[in-house]
Each structure stands twice: as structure tokens, then as C-alpha cells.
Design a protein around this ligand. Structure first.
Ligand SMILES: Nc1ncnc2c1ncn2[C@@H]1O[C@H](COP(=O)(O)OP(=O)(O)OP(=O)(O)O)[C@@H](O)[C@H]1O
Length: 325
């Protein structure tokens, strides 16, 4: 008997996507460079990378809002480069800035979105009520979005994305500014859409903990390129066994001291913060060296942690200290 899993069905196929922005006076920024990706139906797929890596540019091309210079995008059999208007029927998009609905109350924003997505009035109201209850937004239902806190507004905008059951949800840093309760509500709602409707989710984040917790697969983006794409577990296996030593110096690191000079050669340095990957034994010795001698007086803080996707990013050649933990 053949026990192999059936091949995964593609939700979204991207090939050779390239986008260059003109920034004035003949200067350009290559925001996406020959990006190719396959997102499977029903998976929570992430784009992880620091500020300016090209994540939002990529999702804006998927949503039909931005035309790529080159490359193809297929979403559920539709050519989005040739027919960008079709994206609205295929996906719900939560962008970084959602000011269009600011004057509406939470309740009206959700209902209006449902109506714009073609739901009849009674159905739109039923979905509105269900989603406001699901996200515990009922106490805010009659408040205009513009008069909510940042996290509350973000949650209300997320509610608008959920109505009208789109097969693909594209969420650009959905939990920014949210407290832990709201974050949990978002992830529970995402899980429910996947379990009950088979929805696919594309999530943009620069938070490595979030990426490790909620994603099935993750593409690590740096300077417009995909530098790795796999499950968080398999990516972390690349740095398995190592630990991470973070040192924060009070001022300049005392590099005249031999242990500090030796560390300087192998540390990723970002101002006063130095990061070193090492085996646990090595790390213990390094900590003993910098905490027992004169270097200790120059130290503001230090920590030893198990590896995260941030370490994978650095191992793969990521050059920016922009990932959040
Ligand atoms: N409209 C624009 N005009 C010119 N350059 C742009 C424009 N939008 C983005 N860029 C540049 O393109 C690159 C990729 O930007 P993008 O917004 O896609 O990054 P990101 O990974 O989403 O960053 P963040 O995490 O900060 O949202 C950056 O160098 C950015 O400065």
C-alpha cells in the first residue's frame, strides 16, 4: 500500500518576481529580486525579515495593488499580474496602514466590508455579529476606528479581513501594537479559518517568536531575496546545539583586554550589543572570561539563550539586526 502523503495543492505560486523602486535622482532600490515561492493550500506561511527586506512589497504585488517589473503570480489558478482585479475576490488583506475605514464605527466597518464583498444584508450582519463576538470586539462596536487605541484599531481591521470568507488571508504584521489577549484572539481566529474553511494564510512578521509559534513554513527574506524557506523546526536545526551569547557593553567594548579582543573577531556587532554563537561549553567559558576579569566592569548586561530563527537568519548571511524577539 502506498502510504506517501498526496502532493500538496498549491494556493499560490510566485516565479521570478522582481520589483525595483525609483527613489529620485536616478537612484533605485531593488525591493524584490527574482523571488520564487510556492504556498500550499491550508498552510500558515510566513515571510520573516528585518525592516526594508521587501516583505510588504511582495504581499502588495500578491494583492494586485502593485505591479511587479517581472515575474508571475498565480493564486488558485488566477494570473494576478494580468488580472490584478481578481485578487480582491480571492484574498482578504490586512495591510500595515488601514486608514480607509477610520471614520466608520467598528460595527459599520465590518458590515460594509462584508457588503462590498458581495454578501446580502442579512448575511453581512450575521457575519459582523459573529466576528465581533469571536474577537471580543462587542464593547467597541459603536466606536469610530479613529477613536480607538492602536491595538484596538488593528484588531477591528483584522475583523474586517475575516468577513466574506476568502480562501487566502494575507496579513502584514497583524498583531503590531496588540496586547497578549488580542494576539491570542487573532491566532485562534486564524486557526479556526484554517480548520473549518481550509483557508491559507500568508503572514508577514519580523517577530521570531511569533514565527516559530504560528507558522507551518517560513521564507526568510533579506535585501529582496529569499535566503531560506522551510519549517521553523528544520531551519532551527541548522543552528542546533549552539547557544547564543548576547553581551551589552556600557560604552565602548574594552577591546584592549585579550578575551574581549578574541570575542570581537567572531561577534556580530551592533553598537554596544555583541552577539556570539557558540557550543554550550564554549559559551560557558566565554561567560566565565567576561564576567570574572576586568571586562565585567564594562558590561551592562549579558544573556545566554537557545537558538531562534534570528540565529538562522544571521547564519544564512542576514546582515541586519532588525528581527524582534
Ligand atoms: N514606494 C516606495 N518607493 C521607493 N522605495 C520603496 C517604496 N516602498 C518600499 N521601498 C523600499 O523598498 C525596500 C523594501 O521595502 P518593504 O516595505 O517591502 O520592506 P518590508 O520588509 O516590508 O519592511 P518593514 O518590515 O519595515 O515593513 C526598502 O528598501 C524600502 O525603502
Amino acid at each position: 500500500m502506498d502510504t506517501e502523503a498526496p502532493p500538496a495543492v498549491a494556493c499560490c505560486s510566485i516565479r521570478g518576481l522582481t520589483k525595483e523602486y525609483r527613489t529620485g535622482r536616478g537612484a533605485t532600490v531593488l525591493a524584490n529580486s527574482d523571488v520564487s515561492l510556492d504556498i500550499r493550500r491550508g498552510e500558515v506561511f510566513g515571510l520573516l525579515g528585518p525592516n526594508g527586506a521587501g516583505k510588504s512589497t511582495l504581499v502588495r504585488q500578491l494583492t494586485g495593488l502593485l505591479k511587479p517589473d517581472r515575474g508571475s503570480i498565480d493564486i488558485l489558478g488566477h494570473d494576478i499580474v494580468r488580472h490584478p482585479e481578481r485578487a480582491a475576490r480571492l484574498l482578504g488583506y490586512l495591510g500595515q496602514e488601514s486608514t480607509a475605514l477610520d471614520e466608520l464605527t467598528v460595527s459599520l466597518a465590518v458590515e460594509t466590508t462584508a457588503r462590498l464583498r458581495g454578501l446580502p444584508r442579512a448575511r453581512a450582519r450575521a457575519e459582523r455579529d459573529a466576528v465581533l463576538a469571536e474577537l471580543a470586539l462587542e464593547p467597541l462596536a459603536d466606536r469610530p476606528l479613529a477613536k480607538l487605541s492602536g491595538g484596538q484599531r488593528r484588531l477591528a481591521c483584522f475583523a474586517t479581513v475575516l468577513v466574506g470568507a476568502r480562501p487566502l488571508l494575507v496579513l502584514d504584521e497583524p498583531t503590531t501594537g496588540m496586547d497578549p489577549v488580542a494576539r491570542r484572539a487573532v491566532w485562534a481566529a486564524v486557526d479556526r479559518r484554517r480548520a473549518e474553511l481550509g483557508a491559507t494564510v500568508l503572514l508577514v512578521t519580523h517577530n521570531v517568536i511569533e514565527a516559530e509559534t504560528v507558522l507551518d513554513r517560513v521564507a526568510v527574506v533579506d535585501e529582496g531575496r529569499i535566503i531560506a524557506c522551510d519549517t521553523p523546526g528544520r531551519l532551527k536545526a541548522l543552528v542546533d546545539g549552539d547557544v547564543r551569547l548576547d553581551l551589552v557593553w556600557r560604552e565602548e567594548a574594552p577591546q584592549h583586554l585579550p578575551p574581549v579582543a578574541a570575542l570581537a573577531a567572531r561577534a556580530v556587532r551592533n553598537g554596544r550589543r555583541w552577539t556570539v554563537r557558540a557550543t554550550p561549553e564554549e559559551a560557558r567559558e566565554l561567560v566565565a572570561e567576561v564576567t570574572s576579569g576586568p571586562a565585567f566592569a564594562a558590561l551592562d548586561d549579558f544573556s545566554l539563550t537557545t537558538p531562534s530563527l534570528e540565529d538562522v537568519y544571521l547564519l544564512l548571511g542576514g546582515r541586519h539586526e532588525g528581527l524582534a524577539r
